[in-house]
Design a protein around this ligand. Structure first.
Ligand SMILES: [Fe+2]
Length: 203
């Protein structure tokens, strides 16, 4: 852990697991059917599972593969928030909340990059991974507990635009065609992405 990380950790209260569960339930109640907040929550749950997958691997090859999957998801999700959700927070009068999101995610990105230099089976790697996991969990708690909830009060038209733009940015990073999305298409219900597209038949 860097000196800055230690200072931040020392002044940041760590919420309980129960508080995290309550925040998620509150955010889930505020989310619409497959809207931007529902997509954010799906991403957050997938990120938690991706962290757990890295932690439980028992060999370097599997661990590096799990680390890559985590990094892909984390970067795709955070890029979409940084391009769409945080600017909306700033625009609709919550500048400090929006800017805090950028700061926290920059820290997670820097630490994920550092992970690539460490022996995946070393204690140093596990310590770094656990530190990132804790910081990301706290960041997600802040977003779910209140940081994002004020955005649910903006107009339905703005909500729709946020959903489309958030999905578009996430899909772009994940290598999927953003223009192929249709918001009522049930294939898009998981992680804001499209199911594998049918391949043309060969004759
Ligand atoms: Fe997030």
């Amino acid at each position: 852990m860097s000196l800055i990380d230690r200072v931040v950790a020392a002044v940041t209260p760590v919420e309980s697991e129960d508080a995290r569960r309550q925040a998620r339930a509150k955010a889930r109640a505020a989310a619409g059917d497959n809207d931007w907040l529902a997509l954010v929550l799906q991403h957050h749950e997938a990120i938690e599972m991706a962290f757990a997958a890295v932690r439980t691997t028992g060999d370097p090859v599997a661990r590096l593969a799990a680390q890559k999957a985590l990094a892909l998801l984390l970067t795709g999700h955070s890029n979409a928030e940084e391009a769409v959700i945080y600017p909306a927070l700033v625009h609709f009068g919550h500048k400090s909340r929006g800017m805090m999101g950028y700061t926290e995610q920059a820290g997670a990105k820097a630490n994920m990059g550092e992970l690539e230099y460490l022996d995946p089976m070393s204690q140093e790697y596990i310590d770094k991974l656990d530190h990132i996991r804790g910081a990301v969990a706290h960041h997600m708690y802040e977003e779910e507990n209140d940081r994002f909830l004020d955005l649910k009060r903006i107009s339905p038209a703005e909500q729709t635009r946020l959903t489309e733009r958030f999905r578009e940015e996430f899909d772009r990073y994940m290598g999927r065609d953003p223009s192929s999305h249709r918001s009522n298409d049930p294939r898009n219900s998981r992680l804001g992405t499209n199911a594998p597209r049918p391949q043309p038949e060969r004759h």
